[in-house]
Design a protein around this ligand. Structure first.
Ligand code: PGA
Length: 249
């Protein structure tokens, strides 16, 4: 069976004391589902978060990384730096990285390679903008994002890849894809994978949905057969809300 995963993307929120406080709150929550739980604090707080959660079943993951191993890339952080503090999973390709930091399919393909070369697990994000959805080109856009960044990989690499479909128009807007829209796209993504790598790979990859998942809509979205979890932004910043979503499975 595919893994259920609920990952909280904290984005550029929470300084160190706030991070420690939210982790304390998270540890008070009761987990009643089988979902793997992850949180992605900002770089400066990863080490502290990792230390605080070392014995716990919440994985601390990174929001981004650079594709180079090291060198003259002022302000950047490499896969091996993350690994050296215990971080095993990285989010790549979030739409905010694509929109505000010029990340392209090409640069993302390099980041994917670097993460895999360092034995890291990847949550790879993609999704269409509102104009693509309106013009009916949403599947075409998603297909090209996946193909351009991932289809140079061997099938085996998908053991370390989780996909996250995040329609840009639903991120931080309070607008969610309907459970049917999410299911339709997730089924399309799985078919795209199956066409290239075969059914075994397609059936084994977890596909998360992201975009305004909240306690009041998580159950319906997670109830769809091809939705294997969620990448949660705003609602991940409140421990009760986040666990209400974790427990929606
Ligand atoms: P949101 O963010 O839940 O606040 O819409 C989701 C994301 O950006 O991963």
């Amino acid at each position: 069976m595919r893994k259920h995963i609920v990952a909280g993307n904290w984005k550029m929120n929470n300084d160190l004391p706030q991070t420690e406080l939210l982790i304390t709150e998270l540890l008070k929550q009761n987990k009643t589902s089988d979902a793997e739980v992850m949180i992605a604090p900002t770089f400066t707080n990863l080490w502290q978060a990792f230390e605080s959660l070392r014995q716990e079943s919440i994985e601390v993951i990174a929001q981004n990384m650079h594709f180079a191993e090291n060198g003259a890339y002022t302000g950047e952080i490499s896969a091996s730096m993350l690994k050296s503090i215990g971080i095993e999973t990285v989010i790549l390709g979030h739409s905010e990285r694509r929109a505000y930091f010029n990340e392209t399919d090409e640069s993302l393909a390099k980041k994917v390679d670097a993460a895999l070369a360092n034995d890291m697990r990847i949550i790879f994000c993609f999704g269409e903008e509102l104009a693509d959805r309106k013009s009916g080109n949403h599947e075409g856009i998603v297909e090209s994002q996946i193909k351009n960044a991932l289809f140079h990989l061997e099938a085996d690499a998908f053991k370390n890849i989780v996909l996250a479909y995040e329609p840009v128009w639903a991120i931080g807007t309070g607008e969610t894809a309907s459970p049917e829209q999410a299911q339709d796209m997730h089924a399309f993504i799985r078919k795209t994978l199956a066409d290239k790598y075969g059914n075994d790979v397609a059936e084994s990859v977890s596909i998360l949905y992201g975009g305004s998942v909240k306690p009041n809509n998580a159950k319906e979205i997670f109830g769809k057969p091809d939705v294997d979890g969620g990448l949660i932004g705003g609602a991940a910043l409140k421990a009760e809300d986040f666990y209400a979503i974790v427990n929606a499975f």
